[in-house]
Design a protein around this ligand. Structure first.
Ligand code: CTP
Length: 403
């Protein structure tokens, strides 16, 4: 499997905050995903973590001052500015944010940022009063106007014993922002609805019918649509997953609730991805009281849930510009035959076929091996990949219009 940051040059600009130690782990994660990482530290940053730590983690020398006497290369800022695909300023102190907002170039990091055409991601981390001060807020607005991505800090207890916003976000969120900044914004201006996870069909207050879907594939489709710049609405059945940052998540329980939430947004969607494993049936009767055992055989009467995707396929051509419909099919036999039949019957543009009998594919695992079919008879067989990477490739293929 190739790393998502393969062939990407990422420059980490570390400034003087106690949170600098957290970036050691981030650098390791970037390296693990095959980024080429260089580090620039401000003088204050080097008081919190030694440059040697980052040199060991990156395998590269760490840059400090603009005119480092030990440096054979007198002014490295232009080279570093040019060769970087992305500059991650983290933690970004109020001081550095002010420098960047005013276009100062009085230390190596600010000079690099000023001289660079790279994508810039800034992660503010500071005392919450400093963060909330009008000066800092104004500076942050300026950075956003320059096109930099500035992440919101997290709230919580700070090293200075105060509570409020100012903590460095979790790496998972920063990683998403870094990937998004490096991705082509092919879905900018588009609204994408993704359904994910299982549904639960209650029988009584404590029992329900459900299935083993974890929601991972749907959440991956939502996260990667966001990377490509879409406005994403994730309509999720019960799943033990954290919704991706920047995605609006609507939680539902039953197939009927999912039907309502999807259909009420039908008019706003440019693309609808139905990755949810909707229960085909629900108990015909819901017992408000817990059902008692009798010791006898018992039968359960079920009635069908409405097929959401089928309904979408039925009404999609009523719209002047019909939304793109991407369905999923969980199959255990005759994958292609069943997949194509569902694609036709539900009037889809694409269908993603999952072989649920393969141990490394389908429900509740982190990897997937899928086949993508289009309406024109096209077929694309994907290798075994992490679900996130599978999702990226589905988008890449679907956005071309046909396979
Ligand atoms: N689907 C849906 N609403 C349902 C059932 C399924 O929207 N009530 C969608 C799923 O989200 C998926 C696609 O239909 O995108 C195919 O789901 P799948 O369970 O594979 O197929 P079914 O149509 O339910 O057929 P079967 O269970 O007979 O294989």
């Amino acid at each position: 499997m190739t790393g998502i940051f393969e062939n990407r040059n990422i420059l980490c600009g570390i400034t003087g905050s106690i949170a600098a130690y957290k970036v050691c782990d981030w650098v390791r994660s970037l390296r693990r995903e095959e980024a080429e990482v260089k580090v620039v530290m401000t003088r204050a940053a080097a008081k919190f973590v030694t440059p040697l730590t980052f040199a060991a983690l990156t395998g590269n020398r760490v840059y400090g001052s603009m005119f480092d006497s030990q440096d054979e290369e007198k002014i490295p800022h232009i080279r570093l500015a040019r060769e970087s695909d992305l500059i991650l300023v983290a933690p970004a102190t109020a001081q550095t944010i002010a420098r960047l907002a005013h276009g100062l170039a009085d230390d190596l990091l600010s000079a690099i940022v000023l001289a660079s055409e790279a994508k810039i991601v800034v992660c503010p981390a500071m005392n919450s009063k400093m963060y909330q001060h009008a000066a800092t807020q104004e500076n942050i607005e300026k950075l956003k106007k320059f096109g930099y991505r500035v992440l919101d800090p997290e709230s919580g207890m700070m090293a200075c014993d105060e509570e409020g916003p100012g903590r460095l976000p979790e790496w998972a969120h920063v990683r998403e922002a870094v990937i998004a900044a490096l991705s082509p914004q092919d879905l900018a201006g588009k609204t994408v609805i993704v359904t994910a996870g299982p549904t639960e069909e209650p029988l009584d207050p404590v029992r329900f019918l459900s299935n083993g879907s974890s929601g991972k594939m749907g959440y991956a489709m939502a996260a990667t649509a966001r990377e490509l710049g879409a406005k994403v609405i994730l309509i999720s059945g019960p799943a033990q997953l954290i919704p991706p940052a920047g995605v609006e998540c609507i939680k539902v329980r039953t197939g009927a609730e999912m039907y309502r939430e999807v259909l009420s947004r039908f008019d706003t969607a440019d693309i609808i991805v139905k990755a949810a494993a909707v229960s085909d049936y629900r108990p015909a009767v819901f017992s408000a009281d817990k059902i008692k055992k009798t010791g006898e055989k018992a039968a359960l009467e079920l009635e069908p849930n409405r097929d959401i995707l089928h309904k979408l396929g039925e009404i999609k051509n009523q719209r002047a510009i019909p939304p793109l419909l991407i369905g999923f099919a969980a199959e255990s036999t005759n994958l292609l035959e069943h997949g194509r039949e569902k694609l036709e019957r539900k009037n889809l543009d694409f269908i993603v076929i999952n072989d649920i009998t393969a141990p490394d594919s389908g429900f509740a695992v982190d990897t997937n091996r899928v086949i993508l079919l289009d309406r024109q008879g096209g077929q694309l067989d994907f290798p075994l990949l992490a679900k996130e990477e599978t999702a990226r490739r589905i988008w890449r293929a679907a956005l071309k219009g046909r396979l």
